[in-house]
Each structure stands twice: as C-alpha cells, then as structure tokens.
Design a protein around this ligand. Structure first.
Ligand code: SAM
Length: 278
C-alpha cells in the first residue's frame, strides 16, 4: 500500500524530526522526538508521563476483550454510533484524501471509514493496534495503523481533510490540547468528528443510565476483562467529562466553526462536528 502523506520535517515548523519505522507486525511507528513508543526504542530523554502511561497500560490490559465488552456492554449500539458517524461524514470522504482516525484502538471506526476512504489510524497502545491490525488484514481494508500520541501527532500542519476521534478525547490528558492538535493537522475547510459518551437528556433516562453505569457496567466489565479497574475508570471518566454544550463550547474556543452536535441514543453518546475555517 502506498501513502502520499509527507511526513518530512519542515524547516521552521514546530515538528521535531520524525523517526518512521515499520515494525514486524506491520504497524508504523511514528513518534515525535522525545516520546517513547512501546513498539520502538526511546527517541529522547523523556519517559511517557503519568496519565498517558496509566491509560496506555489500562488499554493494553483489556485489549483482548475490548471489542467483546464494547459490544456487550452497549448491546451492540456502539456499532450503530460508528456507522452513523461515517454517514454524517460521507459528503467529506473521498478516495483521494486519507482520513485520520485518532485513538483508533482496535480499528472499528477506521474499518467503517475505510469503506469510503483510505484511513490512517493512530493510537499509542500497541496491544490495541495489534488486534486492529489482524482485523484489517482479514478484511484487506485500506487502513494504515500508526503507533503515536494524539497529543503530539507526527504529521505536518494542514494535511487532513477529515479527522475523527471516537471515545478517545475523554481519555486524553488534556482534551483541549487534543482538539488543538486536531485543528493543527486539519486543512482549512477540513472537518472534525468527535464521537464521545455524553449526558442523557431525559432525567428519568439519566437516572437509569447512571445506575447502570455506576453499578452494573464496572462489575461486568472488570469481571469479563479479568482486570480490576479499567471499567471503574470508564465510569469515572464518563462522569467527569464535558456535556454536549460544554464540549461544543470548547471546540469553538479552540477555533472550530460551524460546531454542532447530534445526540445519539437519548444523549448517551453525542457526535460533535466542527470545521476549520477556510
Ligand atoms: C475507548 S478506546 C476507543 C477506541 C476506538 N476509537 C473505538 O471507537 O472503539 C480509547 C483509545 O484511545 C487511546 N488513547 C488514549 N490516549 C491516547 C493518546 N494520547 N494518544 C493515542 N492514543 C490514545 C487508547 O490507547 C485507546 O485505544
């Protein structure tokens, strides 16, 4: 597969020199100088910081059961949410320009997008990427997986027409910095799609959902994954995250225009869309 993304260091840009390296499992290691990727050697003196390392380890621990639990705990509705996202983006997808899918995990959104466009999926957790890579190979999908950090993307400014992030923004050390990084790599006129858990709208539904999320989901998740903790983290991170309006406001503060959101399944999740001004 050939990709025409230029990842060379440009004089005067803030990007550090890139260190591309294809590893034996077919996942491209593209990390900025000073960042440590699991699939490769350290490229500078820094270690991965606390929050990122904790999140990365947690996803590494649940990677083998991640897909099963996603579908089970959402009663398969997560598939609908990703398909809906791709449908909303369809007018912007083209076989000529690759889409960037951040925090791609095991590649479910990337695989949906790949039916319409070439996709570059970025995640910093290699065990998640390995599972994604097996699915991509089975379906011969046009997805290139890159091990990298969403907060320090190894791409020049303004190269992507569409950037997506599904259930990833909430996990970033700073969602605002994540949005700024997305803004940077988007072309003027480009579109971002953020799919994330949100705030159910109807009070009665909110109470039922909260009960499920607080009491049942962590127990089932921790039990089936065989790892104590990650599904407590899911509950806590969803509760602490921005609601629909707050996220829309943050996107506008970062510079996105035409920001709008669509509530999914009564607001359990929401799809936020925004544009970079041409
Ligand atoms: C809940 S999963 C979502 C995976 C996938 N997008 C989906 O829809 O199922 C969150 C993913 O974000 C990744 N992640 C979290 N912080 C990241 C960061 N700073 N850079 C890259 N990936 C990150 C994790 O490794 C994990 O695979």
């Amino acid at each position: 597969m050939e990709w025409k993304i230029s990842v060379t260091h440009r004089r005067g840009s803030q990007l550090a020199p890139l260190l591309p390296e294809v590893t034996t499992d077919g996942i491209l290691l593209l990390v900025r100088k000073g960042v440590q990727g699991e699939g490769g050697k350290a490229t500078g003196g820094h270690a991965w910081e606390g929050h990122r390392e904790r999140v990365r380890r947690m996803f590494a621990a649940i990677a083998p059961r991640y897909d099963l639990l996603n579908h089970l705990l959402s009663l398969n509705v997560d598939r609908f949410w990703r398909r809906f996202t791709v449908r909303q983006l369809r007018p912007h997808l083209s076989s000529k320009a690759p889409v960037l899918d951040l925090c791609c995990g095991t590649g479910d959104l990337a695989l949906e997008l790949a039916q319409q466009a070439d996709v570059i999926g970025v995640d910093f957790c290699r065990p998640m990427l390995r599972i994604g890579q097996a699915k991509i190979a089975r379906r011969r999908a046009r997805v290139l997986l890159v091990e990298g950090d969403a907060l320090q993307l190894p791409f020049p400014d303004g190269v992507f027409s569409v950037v997506t992030i599904a259930f990833g923004l909430r996990n970033l050390e700073s969602p605002e910095r994540g949005l700024r990084e997305i803004y940077r790599v988007l072309r003027p006129g480009g579109v971002v799609a953020v799919l994330e858990f949100s705030q159910p709208l109807l009070p009665i539904f909110r109470h039922v959902f909260r009960f499920y999320f607080r009491n049942l989901l962590p127990r089932i998740g921790n039990w089936i994954s065989g790892v104590p903790g990650p599904y407590d983290y899911l509950r806590d991170s969803v509760q602490a995250f921005l609601n629909q309006r707050e996220l829309a406001r943050l996107m506008e503060a970062v510079g996105f225009t035409a920001v709008r959101y669509i509530n999914l399944t009564g607001g359990i999740a929401a799809l936020h869309l925004g544009e970079k001004t041409p």
